[in-house]
Ligand binder design. Structure first.
Ligand code: PEP
Ligand code: MG
Length: 875
C-alpha cells in the first residue's frame, strides 16, 4: 500500500495532530465543523521526516501526492495554478505538533508570476492590489525560501519612497509597485544566478522544502531544547487557498483571542485592520483597531464572527487564538489554536473553565505549564521597559526571575553595598562557597563560567535569587573592576539587568516588578494537591529556605546539605580547621565548635517544617570548596590554629586533589574521620529531642549517607551513626524514631541496590552526581562543550537539567527494583536538580517513587507536574 503523505483538510481531524501538526489538525477539524475555512491540504510530519531520512531531498512520491492534492484543490475551488482566467493562489505555512515560533512562518500569494499578476489586476480591477501582492510574494519567497537578505528589498522600497517623497508603502501607486517588482526580480537573479521561478508548481515545491528545512534551523533547535520538543517530531506544511484582506474597504484581517491572553478575562480580545494583509497587523505600520470596533463597523459580520469564536472555544474547551480574514464582506477563519497566555491568565482561565462546567479539575490541571508558575513567584521585568531594551549578552538561564542593580565585583562588596541599601548584581568569573553572603545580599548573580549545576546556579535556585551563569562573552577584569562586553566597558557605577528565565543580560537599568499571586493560584494548586500521588519535598539548608518552602507547600525536607551551613563567615574558620587538622584530637576540637551551630540550624529547620520529615545528609563537600585559597586566609587560619604559616600551607597543598568531585568527599570523609559523622549524628538527634520536648513536634529525622558505592562502606558509617544516636538517647533519656538511609548517586550503588537496601531504610537518588558519573561529564564544565552536542544533535538536552531517562533513568529503575526486592517498603525519593524539572517529575511518578525534592521556588511547579503525571498516567 502506498503511504499517504498529503491530506486534504476534509480528510483529517483533531486526533491526527501528530501527523498533521497542530495547525493542520485544527484546519481539518474546523473544516469538519462547517466553519468557513479556505480549502487546502496538509503535507504530513512523516513527509518531513522522510525528507531528512532521504538526505534532505523531497522524494518524487511526496511531490506526486502534493500535485494530486493540488489538482483536487483546483477542482473544488474552480481555480487553477497559473491560469489566465481564474488563477489559484495559496499560502504555505509550517505547522509542527507544538507551535514553534523558531521556524519558517508564512509565504503568502504563492502562484503569482508575470502573467498571473496581470490576470489578477484585471479580475479585481485593482492593479495596485495585484502588484502589491506580487512584490510581497517575491520578497517573502526570496527571504524565507531562498535566504536572500531582506534588507536588499527593504532598501529598494525606501529608495523609491524617498524618490517619490512619500512616507508610507500605501502611498506607492500601481506603477511604482510594477517598478519594484522588476527591481526585486533583478535582485533575485543577481543573488541566485537564475530567474525568479515563474512556474507556480516549482514555487510550491521549493516552499514546502523550505518549511522542512526550517525544522532544523538554529533558532528552531534552540526553541525545541528550551521547550522539550523532540527533533524526531518533524513539521507538517499547510497549503491553503488565499483569501484577501487587502481587496478594498470591505476586506480586512485580524488576530483574535476568545479570552484576554494577558489577564484571562472572559471577553473576546484582539485587533483587526481593514484593507490589509496579515503581516500589516503584525508589522505595526498602521495601527490596528480593537476587535470590538468591528461590531460597530459591521454588526452582521461581527455576529457571525462571535458565534464561531464561541463554537471554537466550546469545541476545543480552551481559550483560542485565531486568525481571520474578511474578503469582500465574507468572513474566513484561517487558523485556530489553544492560545498562549501569561501565567496569571492561565490560572484564571483554568479555574474559570472548571467553574463554567467546561472542564473537570483533572483536565484543567493540564492547562497550565508547570514552568510558567515560575513567573508568579519571582520578580519580572516591567514589560514596557523590557520592550525597549536590547540584550548585550546571553548566558544560561540558571535561576529564574529578573534582577537589576549596579555591578559588584566581590561578594564582600555586594554585602557592604547592599547593607547601604544599594541594589547590586554580583558579577563573578564563578562563585565559591565563600561568596555566600554576597550572593544572599545581591539582587542577582551573573557568572562567566559554570553550568546549570555550578555552585552559583544551585545556590541561587535554592535561594530563589535570579542567576545567569556561564556567560562567556563577558570579560571580567577583577583588578580594574570592570566588565567588557561587545567593546563597551562597565564599572561599579553602571547598572546591569539580568533575566534568569531567558539568560539575557542587559547593559542598562530595567525596572522590576513582583507579580501578584491571585486567589486562583491557591484554588488551582489545591486541585493539584488533591490529584497527585507523588509527594513533594524541598532541598533546604537553612531555616529560612525551609520556611519559604513550607509556604510553597513542601511536605518535608528531602535534602539538607549540611556543608552549605558552613559557608557563613563565622563558621568557615572552624570548618577549615576541621579539614586541615593533623590528628583526631585537633579535629575533635574543631568539631566541638561546629556542633552547637549545626544543632541550632537543625532545630530551626525542624520547627519550620512543624514535624514533617526532614532528611539531613552528612557532610559531602568536595574539599576544594572549603580550603583557604590564598595566603591571607592561610595566615589567619594558621594563627587561629597555633600553627606556622608554612606548616599549614603544606597541609593545604597536600589536600589538593586533581579531581575533587571524585575525591575525598561524601561518606569517604566519614570512613577516614568517623568523628565527623559522630558530631553530625549527635547534632541531628539532640536537635530533634529539643524540638520534641519544647515544641511537641515528633520529628523523625532521616540521616542520609552520601556517595555510597559499597554496602560495607555504608554499614561502617551507619554503625558509627547508630552508636552515637543510641548513646545520645540514653544520655537524654528520650526515645525517638529515626531512619538511616543513603543517597544513590554512584552507578555502583544503583547496580548493587539489592545489597545496599539491606542496610538502607531509604534511598534518595542524587541524580546530579549520578548523571556526572554515568556520562562521565563534569557537572562544572560540561556546559562548555554541550552546545556542540546540541548543534550536532548528539544530545538534545542538558542531562543535568532534564533527567536522561535512557541511561541515568535506567540506573534509577534498576535501583528501584532491586531496592524494593530486598526491602519492600523502602522509601524512595529524588533530590538531584531533576526533582524540579516537569518531565523528570513525570518519570519519577511513573517509576513509583514516593517523593521528589527540589529547591523551594520549584515546589509549586513540582506539585503541578506531579498532578499532571497522575492525570496522564494514573497509579
Ligand atoms: C546529587 O548529587 O544529585 C545531590 C543531590 O547532591 P549534590 O548536588 O550535593 O552533590
Ligand atoms: Mg551528590
Amino acid at each position: 500500500m502506498v503511504k499517504k503523505y498529503v491530506y486534504l483538510f476534509n480528510e483529517g481531524n483533531a486526533s491526527m495532530r501528530n501527523l498533521l501538526g497542530g495547525k493542520g489538525a485544527n484546519l481539518a477539524e474546523m473544516t469538519n465543523l462547517g466553519i468557513p475555512v479556505p480549502t487546502g491540504f496538509t503535507v504530513t510530519t512523516e513527509a518531513c521526516n522522510k525528507y531528512y531520512e532521504d538526505g534532505k531531498i523531497i522524494s518524487d512520491e511526496v511531490i506526486n501526492q502534493i500535485h494530486e492534492s493540488l489538482a483536487k484543490l483546483e477542482d473544488t475551488s474552480g481555480k487553477k495554478f497559473g491560469s489566465d482566467e481564474n488563477p489559484l493562489l495559496v499560502s504555505v505555512r509550517s505547522g509542527a505538533r507544538a507551535s514553534m515560533p523558531g521556524m519558517m512562518d508564512t509565504i503568502l500569494n504563492l502562484g503569482l508570476n508575470d502573467k498571473v499578476v496581470e490576470t489578477m489586476a484585471k479580475l479585481t480591477n485593482n492593479p495596485r492590489f495585484a502588484y502589491d501582492s506580487y512584490r510581497r510574494f517575491i520578497q517573502m519567497f526570496s527571504d524565507v525560501v531562498m535566504d536572500i537578505e531582506k534588507r536588499l528589498f527593504e532598501n529598494k522600497i525606501d529608495e523609491l519612497k524617498e524618490k517619490k517623497g512619500v512616507e508610507f508603502d500605501t502611498d506607492l501607486t500601481a506603477e511604482d509597485l510594477k517598478v519594484l517588482v522588476s527591481e526585486f526580480k533583478e535582485i533575485y537573479k543577481k543573488e541566485k544566478g537564475e530567474d525568479f521561478p515563474q512556474d507556480p508548481k516549482v514555487q510550491l515545491i521549493e516552499s514546502v522544502t523550505a518549511v522542512f528545512r526550517s525544522w532544523d534551523n538554529p533558532r528552531a533547535i534552540v526553541y525545541r531544547r528550551l521547550n522539550d520538543i523532540p527533533g524526531e517530531w518533524g513539521t507538517a506544511v499547510n497549503v491553503q487557498q488565499m483569501v484577501f484582506g487587502n481587496k478594498g474597504d470591505t476586506s480586512g484581517t485580524g488576530v483574535v483571542f476568545s479570552r484576554n491572553p494577558a489577564t484571562g478575562e472572559k471577553l473576546i480580545y484582539g485587533e483587526y485592520l481593514m484593507n490589509a494583509q496579515g503581516e500589516d497587523v503584525v508589522a505595526g505600520i498602521r495601527t490596528p483597531l480593537p476587535i470590538s470596533k468591528l461590531k460597530e463597523q459591521d454588526p452582521k459580520i461581527y455576529q457571525q464572527f462571535e458565534g464561531i469564536v464561541n463554537t471554537l472555544e466550546n469545541h476545543y474547551r480552551d481559550m483560542q487564538d485565531m486568525e481571520i480574514t474578511i474578503e469582500e464582506g465574507k468572513l474566513y477563519f484561517l487558523q485556530t489554536r489553544n492560545g498562549k497566555r501569561t501565567a496569571q491568565a492561565a490560572l484564571k482561565i483554568a479555574v474559570d473553565l472548571v467553574e463554567e462546567g467546561m472542564l473537570t479539575k483533572e483536565e484543567a490541571i493540564l492547562k497550565v505549564e508547570p514552568k510558567q508558575l515560575d513567573t508568579l513567584l519571582h520578580p519580572a521585568f516591567y514589560t514596557e521597559d523590557l520592550k525597549k531594551a536590547e540584550p548585550i549578552a546571553k548566558g544560561l538561564p540558571a535561576s529564574p526571575g529578573a534582577a537589576c542593580g549596579k555591578i559588584a565585583f566581590t561578594a564582600e562588596e555586594a554585602k557592604d553595598r547592599a547593607a547601604l541599601d544599594e541594589d547590586v548584581v554580583l558579577v563573578r568569573l564563578e562563585t565559591s562557597p565563600e561568596d555566600i553572603e554576597g550572593m544572599i545580599a545581591a539582587k542577582g548573580i551573573l557568572t562567566v563560567r559554570g553550568g546549570m549545576t555550578s555552585h552559583a546556579a544551585v545556590v541561587a535556585r535554592g535561594m530563589g535569587t535570579c542567576c545567569v551563569a556561564g556567560c562567556g562573552t563577558i570579560k571580567v577584569d577583577e583588578v580594574k573592576r570592570t566588565i567588557e562586553v561587545g567593546g563597551k566597558v562597565y564599572t561599579d557605577k553602571d547598572y546591569i539587568s539580568i533575566d534568569g528565565t531567558s539568560g539575557n543580560v542587559y547593559g542598562e537599568k530595567i525596572k522590576t516588578v513582583t507579580p501578584e499571586i491571585s486567589g486562583h493560584f491557591a484554588t488551582f494548586m489545591g486541585w493539584a494537591d488533591e490529584i497527585r500521588k507523588l509527594k513533594v519535598r524541598t532541598n533546604a539548608d537553612t531555616p529560612k529556605d525551609a520556611q519559604q518552602a513550607a509556604e510553597f507547600g513542601a511536605e518535608g525536607v528531602g535534602l539538607c546539605r549540611t556543608e552549605h551551613m558552613f559557608f557563613a563567615e563565622d563558621r568557615i574558620m572552624a570548618v577549615r580547621q576541621m579539614i586541615t587538622s593533623k590528628d583526631e584530637e585537633q579535629r575533635r576540637r574543631a568539631l566541638d565548635k561546629i556542633l552547637p551551630m549545626q544543632r541550632a540550624d537543625f532545630i530551626g529547620i525542624y520547627e519550620a517544617l512543624e514535624g514533617k520529615p526532614v532528611t539531613i545528609r552528612l557532610l559531602d563537600p568536595p574539599l576544594h570548596e572549603f580550603l583557604p585559597n590564598n595566603n591571607e586566609d592561610i595566615k589567619s587560619l594558621a594563627k587561629e590554629m597555633g600553627l606556622s604559616f608554612e606548616e599549614l600551607k603544606l597541609t593545604v597543598e597536600n589536600l589538593h586533589e586533581f579531581n575533587p568531585m571524585m575525591g575525598h568527599r561524601g561518606c569517604r570523609l566519614a570512613v577516614s574521620y568517623p568523628e565527623i559523622a559522630e558530631m553530625q549524628a549527635r547534632a541531628i538527634i539532640e536537635a530533634a529531642i529539643e524540638v520534641k520536648t519544647t515544641k511537641g513536634f515528633d520529628v523523625v529525622p532521616e540521616i542520609m549517607i552520601p556517595l555510597v558505592g559499597e554496602i560495607k562502606e555504608l554499614k561502617y558509617v551507619k554503625d558509627v551513626i547508630k552508636d552515637t544516636v543510641e548513646s545520645v538517647m540514653e544520655e537524654k533519656n528520650v526515645k525517638l524514631d529515626y531512619k538511616i538511609g543513603t543517597m544513590i548517586e554512584i552507578p555502583r550503588a544503583a547496580l548493587t541496590a539489592d545489597k545496599i537496601a539491606k542496610e538502607a531504610e531509604f534511598f534518595s537518588f542524587g541524580t546530579n552526581d549520578l548523571t556526572q558519573m554515568t556520562f562521565g561529564f563534569s557537572r562544572d564544565d560540561a556546559s562548555k562543550f554541550l552546545s556542540d552536542y546540541y548543534d550536532k544533535k548528539i544530545y538534545e538536552q542538558d542531562p543535568f537539567a532534564k533527567l536522561d531517562q535512557t541511561g541515568v533513568g535506567e540506573l534509577v529503575k534498576i535501583a528501584v527494583e532491586k531496592g524494593r526486592a530486598t526491602r519492600p517498603g523502602i522509601k524512595l525519593g529524588i533530590c538531584g536538580e531533576h526533582g524540579g524539572d516537569p518531565s523528570s517529575v513525570e518519570f519519577c511518578h511513573n517509576i513509583g517513587l514516593d517523593y521528589v525534592s527540589c529547591s523551594p521556588f520549584r515546589v509549586p511547579l513540582a506539585r503541578l507536574a506531579a498532578a499532571q503525571a497522575q492525570v496522564k498516567n494514573k497509579r
